[in-house]
Each structure stands twice: as C-alpha cells, then as structure tokens.
Design a protein around this ligand. Structure first.
Ligand SMILES: [Zn+2]
Length: 303
C-alpha cells in the first residue's frame, strides 16, 4: 500500500482502519482513542520504529529561538537508548481531555509525517496547536490538519452539522462527540463552511488571536498576525462579560462594532480565567465593491 503524502491522506487511512475495526466489533466510532491507535498502527506499519510510550510529563517552558519562552503542550521524542522506538509526551498540567486528545493526535501527525526530518524529536507549544495557516509554519499546520481530520473525520462532521445552524450548543455537542476542545471544533467548522465567519479568542480584554473562514477572508475581513495589541471592541459581548446576558445565544451587532463594518452576530463563550471564545457570523452578502473597500480598513496588525 502506498504511503500517504498529505495530512488528510494519513488521517483518512487511519480513519478507515478505525471505522472497520469498530464496525466489526460493534463499538462506537467516537471519540477516537488516539493512544491506542498510535501504538497499534505504528507497531503494525513501522515495526522498526513503533510508538511504545505515551505519557503525561512535567515541563514548563519551550526552548525557542535562544530563550525559554513558550509553554510546552506536547512532544514527540525518540527513545534515548537508540532503540528506534518513539514516545509521545503531553504536558500533564493540562486538565482538559479535549486538549490532551488533540495534542496526542498532533504528535502522532508529526510521527507519521515528520519524524524522518527531525530524528531528535519535535517540541510543540500551545500556540503551535493553533497554527492552521501555512504562513505560520508548514509542519505545525500539517500536524494540526492531521489531528483535526483524524479526530473529526469529514464524513461524520458533515453529517452532524447537516441542516443545523451553527450555535454554541451545536459546537458543544460536536466537542463532546469527538472529545476535542471547543476551539478545535470551531476551527474545524470554519475550515469547511461556506459561511462568512470568524473565531476571536480574547484574553483579559484583548484579542489573543483570530481566524476567519475562507469566504470571510475573500471579502477582506480578517485579523493579521500579532504585531500590535488590539483590545476587544468595547461593545462586544466578549469585552462586556455581562453575566445577565445570554452570551452564548449571542447578539446581533450593528455595523461598526466588529471588524468589517457590517452587522455581525456574535456568540461568546466566557471562561472564568478571563478568556473568551467568540464566533462571529457575518450575515450579509457584500458586493464586490464593498469587499474591496473593506480590505483597506481591515489590515489591523495583531494576534
Ligand atoms: Zn507540533
């Protein structure tokens, strides 16, 4: 059998095996047990380089560009004894099962696609797990694409959202089904939807990062990579953090509140630690002229 050459190809190969196994044994297909898949698949397909250890570990900082600056989320490492075996370690200070699952899957992606290029192993930060654009680093984007397709196969994801309006309830249902974080679920939806939509993650009143669907980028509405600190819009649900409002059902804002100078439906999940996850839906269908005009206003540098 030919070796896949893309992250999607690898994920589809594994998904088929997992589905066949579960069908035969009458088991639920989801959530996918990445530890089990990684061990069994690597042993069968790469008997000289199996993954023999998956563990939580303690590490606080990632060595990055000459200084320790970022927290580790996970790493892929060769056995120090030179046996050819590989291990995956995730940061055991992470308590969210969804984040752990995504991290394991991301590292399995590195194992399948990148271990030959990095015989010394690969260390990944939280930020690396959120890098979905090739401009941020091809390898991290590939590992994330693999993880997303492995944990949330397109056939099932499409079936789940078919005929449904995107909502926080639907996102929670999907995150539960696949045991991934709300953020990973929203990114998955954004990567396949035809709708004009964006995720904005806020922290302590500022925009931490944001990501737009393809259709929204086409109309010139997006936030750029972090250069300048940008506050959350004052009138947004994410900034107001009003406990008396149904933030998750959301609010239709008039043009001028969020980037893009259009009406925006904002649905926001507030976390206790000062973070927020907002889904922004741009509901109008702008003319080409309007989108061109928007482009000039929206090159806000940040995230
Ligand atoms: Zn990585």
């Amino acid at each position: 059998m030919k070796t896949p050459t893309t992250p999607e190809g690898w994920a589809i190969r594994l998904s088929k095996l997992i589905k066949a196994f579960h069908d035969i044994h009458g088991l639920d297909r989801f959530p996918i047990d990445v530890s089990q898949v990684a061990g069994e698949f690597s042993r069968q397909v790469f008997p000289d380089a199996p993954i023999t250890m998956i563990n939580g570990g303690k590490f606080s900082k990632k060595f990055d560009g000459g200084k320790f600056s970022k927290k580790f989320e996970g790493m892929l490492m060769p056995c120090p004894k030179g046996t050819g075996e590989w291990g995956i370690i995730y940061n055991d200070s992470i308590t969210s099962p969804g984040r752990i699952n995504f991290t394991l899957s991301h590292e399995l992606g590195h194992y399948l696609m990148h271990r030959h290029l990095h015989a010394e192993g690969i260390q990944c930060s939280r930020r690396d797990m959120l890098r979905w654009n090739s401009e941020y680093g091809k390898m991290e984007a590939e590992a994330n694409t693999f993880a997303s397709f492995l944990l949330m196969p397109l056939d099932d994801f499409r079936e789940q959202i078919s005929g449904e309006k995107i909502s926080v309830d639907l996102v929670r249902h999907l995150a539960d089904r696949y045991q991934v974080s709300l953020t990973a679920t929203i990114l998955k939806w954004l990567s396949i939807t035809d709708e004009r939509a964006m995720i904005v993650v806020g922290r302590d009143g500022f925009i931490d990062w944001a990501w737009s669907s393809k259709a929204l980028i086409k109309s010139g509405i997006f936030y750029r990579a972090k250069q300048v600190v940008t506050p959350l819009p004052e009138q947004s649900l994410a900034a107001a953090r009003n406990p008396l409002v149904d933030n998750e059902a959301g609010k239709l804002h008039p043009a001028g509140i969020w980037v893009g100078n259009e009406e925006v439906h904002e649905m926001t999940i507030l976390a206790k630690d000062g973070r927020s996850i907002s889904m922004l839906l741009y509901l109008s269908t702008p003319s080409v002229t309007a989108s061109m005009k928007n482009t000039t206003n929206l090159r806000t540098e940040y995230v």
